[in-house]
Design a protein around this ligand. Structure first.
Ligand code: FAD
Ligand code: DHB
Length: 395
């Protein structure tokens, strides 16, 4: 098969890129190694920036989102048993939206299927070759039959465990990485949220985060050591710790209830630079990982897709190569801003050391956030999303 762009991975990066390319008349194939059910049911992100919602609306994917998303003005921070609401909407006129990643992916899959363009699930042995030429090839097999795709470009959208991030030869890219000795134990529970918007509790013993996916579904996280064994965390133990870390003098205690999903996510930061080698472009988690604090990962995947869609639009519509050449330098500043933001939030909200000095430093930062209008202005700029570096389409 011959196509313009071969996209590896049907997560938010790959599917949104495929859709934006389709809208510009550029053909692509999306090759995903998991099943559709698996991809749609994977429990992950849940908070969309205003700029992401604006993009999804602009590319025709706003209907279900606007009908179902919870629209938030900001979030709560709790420390020293006191709860503070950061109304960032009041400072910026913008919002964040609670809309599960699985919903975003579902909408994108439906949109892709409606176009009739190829989307392959359960592909095995996905391999990419020839990225240092202008005719890269992707091979994969389905039901023991092997397929070959000859493309102009390959978009590596296969996440942090995929193959694309390993393809550039040693020395051609630099990996900047930082790992934390901790993880988030995440649950989904059938309970009503205790606060109307998400709440970060910066307990001296570690973060608890109380988010939601609907009026009666909560998504909650506990900071735990990196070597945590999930089997050692009974429902009872999870609720006890969530209750303990979120105790306050100004709100009722959390509601407890049935936990119907649990998982562990390790915290780490990584950026691969440049995000391009030859005819291979890396997007989303394949190019960079941010710690989940601040909810940036999915939003960054959409912003990378926007930048590449614009650059490919320039190439196919006007023969311009300069936007493609600048893909990495265009996308990276926003990536590093998200890294800086997530790192700062992570440091203030988690227990990263036993030294009481460090807790006092965290408290000083938290106090600035809940009292300073200048800090809240700065927070709202990044929390609701810095502008995407380019439009998604090329005019
Ligand atoms: P992925 O979603 O990982 O998609 C990659 C796809 O490629 C997958 O479908 C995978 O199956 C496929 N694939 C892998 N290898 C291959 C292969 N060899 N061949 C073919 N296909 C392959 N982000 C936010 O913005 N907001 C949040 O609130 C938020 N919360 C989070 C909470 C947690 C606990 C975690 C873990 C992450 C969170 N994130 C959040 C991050 C967000 O989920 C990711 O950044 C996002 O999924 C990145 O999208 P992606 O398309 O780049 O990668
Ligand atoms: C989620 C919410 C957050 O505020 C965050 O920082 C990370 C994740 C969530 O709802 O999954």
């Amino acid at each position: 098969m011959r196509c313009q762009v071969a996209i590896i991975g049907a997560g938010p990066a790959g599917l949104s890129l495929a859709h934006m390319l389709h809208l510009q008349g550029i053909d692509s194939i999306v090759i995903e190694h998991r099943s559709r059910d698996y991809v749609e049911q994977r429990v992950r992100a849940g908070i969309l920036e205003q700029v992401s919602v604006d993009l999804l609306t602009d590319i025709g994917l706003g209907d279900r989102l606007h009908a179902n998303a919870m629209v938030h003005d900001g979030f709560y921070i709790r420390f020293d048993r006191q709860t503070h609401h950061l109304n960032l909407h009041a400072r910026s006129g913008r919002h964040s939206y609670v809309y599960g990643q699985s919903e975003v992916v579902h909408d994108l899959i439906e949109a892709r299927i409606a176009t009739g363009r190829p989307l392959v699930f359960s592909a095995e042995d996905v391999a990419v070759s020839g990225i240092d030429t202008d005719r890269p090839t992707v091979t994969y097999s389905v039901d023991q039959q092997t397929f070959e795709v000859n493309a102009d470009f390959v978009a590596g959208c296969d996440g942090s465990q995929g193959v694309c991030r390993t393809l550039a030869p040693a020395g051609a890219v630099t990996r900047y990485a930082h790992s934390y000795p901790m993880a988030w134990l995440g649950i989904l529970a059938r309970t009503a949220p205790v606060t109307a918007e998400g709440m970060y509790c910066a307990h001296p013993d570690g973060l608890s985060l109380h988010s939601m996916r609907g009026p009666n579904i909560t998504r909650q996280y506990l900071q735990v050591p990196a070597d945590t064994d999930l089997r050692e965390w009974s429902d009872e133990r999870i609720w006890k710790e969530l209750l303990r870390r979120s105790e306050s003098d100004d709100h009722p205690a959390l509601e407890t209830g049935e936990i119907f999903d649990r998982s562990l996510a390790h915290l780490r930061s990584e950026v691969i630079q440049p995000m391009q080698y030859g005819s291979l472009f890396l997007l989303g988690d394949a190019a960079h990982i941010v710690p989940p604090t601040g909810a940036k990962g999915l939003n960054l995947a959409l912003s990378d897709a926007c930048v590449l869609s614009h650059a490919l639009g320039g190439f196919y519509r006007s023969g311009r190569t300069d936007f493609l050449e600048r893909y990495s330098t265009t996308a990276l500043p926003r990536v590093w801003q998200a890294q800086a933001f997530s790192t700062k939030l992570t440091a203030a909200l988690h227990q990263l050391s036993d030294n009481p000095f460090d807790y006092e430093l965290r408290r000083a930062q938290l106090q600035r956030w809940v009292t300073s209008e200048a800090e809240q202005d700065a927070m709202s700029e990044v929390y609701f999303g810095l502008p995407f570096p380019t439009p998604w389409n090329f005019h």
